[in-house]
Design a protein around this ligand. Structure first.
Ligand SMILES: [Zn+2]
Length: 63
């Protein structure tokens, strides 16, 4: 059973730049779904809870 409407997650590299954040400058690759309206990509830092604005497409790593 498959649904053609099922959205495909996109791997995105997100980096928090909050000064006081313990994860500041650390890039995480996460599966994200694009939003229907701007901003297309939205993420929140799991460590400091701030909105992450540095979101770039993660380049797939080939072996
Ligand atoms: Zn953070």
């Amino acid at each position: 059973m498959t649904t053609s409407e099922e959205p495909t997650p996109t791997k995105m590299a997100v980096t928090c730049h909050t000064v006081d954040c313990p994860e500041s400058g650390v890039t995480f690759v996460v599966n994200m779904y694009p939003n229907a309206s701007e901003p297309i990509w939205r993420a929140q830092c799991g460590a400091c809870g701030q909105t992450i604005t540095d979101i770039t497409p993660a380049v797939p790593v080939s072996p």
